[in-house]
Design a protein around this ligand. Sequence first.
Ligand code: SAH
Ligand code: SF4
Length: 350
Amino acid sequence: MSSKINLFDLTLDSLTSLITGWGFEPYRARQVWRWLYQHHASDFSVMANLPQNLRESLDAETTPGALKVVSSVQSFDGETRKLALELADGQIIETVLMRYEGVRRTACVSTQAGCAMGCVFCATGQMGFARHLSPGEIVEQAMHVSRLLAQEQQRLSNIVLMGMGEPFHNYDNTLEAIRRMMDEEGLNIGQRHLTVSTVGIAPAIRRFADEQLQVRLAISLHAATNEARSALLPINRRYPLNDLMDAVRYYIRTTNRRVTFEWALIAGKNDTPEEAHRLGQLLQGLLCHVNMIPLNPTQAYQGQPSDMARVSAFVNILEDYNIPATVRVRRGIDVNAGCGQLKAALIASQ
Ligand code: SAH
Ligand code: SF4
């Protein structure tokens, strides 16, 4: 494991202290920052406007990124590319680039290696938890996607934190990564083009509401009764629906922002008309939107996706409650073997 400092783990302030500590002018830090974030430099030798001795110090003490691409697979339609990235300690995480109709280009990034939440239908949950990602490791995933796009003269437009892991279980690092992604001299992604998805950690939703951000929030709901939800998402035992919905109402009151609820439709489980009515009653009157995602089958879970007739019946019932819902399963994603969340991420950024 390298003992060098990963530049993506530094804020501009800490990069400035590092560089001024070596005797260089503070403005040099900003130059390095632009090389990193705007020119996708992966080598100090290309940083042509820096003095040679600064490049040497950087090379000796730091590294411009710590993630290695170990695989890169493109879907048949060329719209989606999944990267497997190796962290400095050998852990592997996934990052996905998704394009839509030539307009939106979204990176789906991971916030943890594995996940501790144990949702039964999720490939990451089935793996268990390895560790939290640092802010740099989260941001650097987006940089990899941005670099791929830059090679085609395109720009990253959206980021969804919906890859592996639960962002609010790694709250501080996730928030620092989000702020870095928004940095105008860095990746410069507008707040409304960032989406964070949580399994429903109620206190973290309240805390997020108080951050005064305009980042979009998605909540993985998937069931409308405690019994059904706890069977799918074990965290529901700790933060049951009442508590979760209180936190969501607090979020909406505080931010005046619409929340998205995610619902993976599982045949015969949570796709019945009764369940649709329960969901309608639960969400009626809330400033919200529901994203329906037919389940993506995973190895360790028996459930299957609902058929389209069930899906449209479900959506129709929600309409009776004036709850907007979308289902968009337009693409055959053939690269998602390990990534149960890919479909959800595709929809969330549309
Ligand atoms: N941990 C966060 C974000 C990552 S999961 C969360 O749970 O919200 C992103 C989304 O993918 C969540 O809505 C999750 O419930 C959904 N998901 C996970 N596995 C899935 C599967 N097999 N099929 C459909 N959606 C899935
Ligand atoms: Fe973790 Fe989200 Fe998967 Fe649940 S759905 S196990 S919270 S990554």
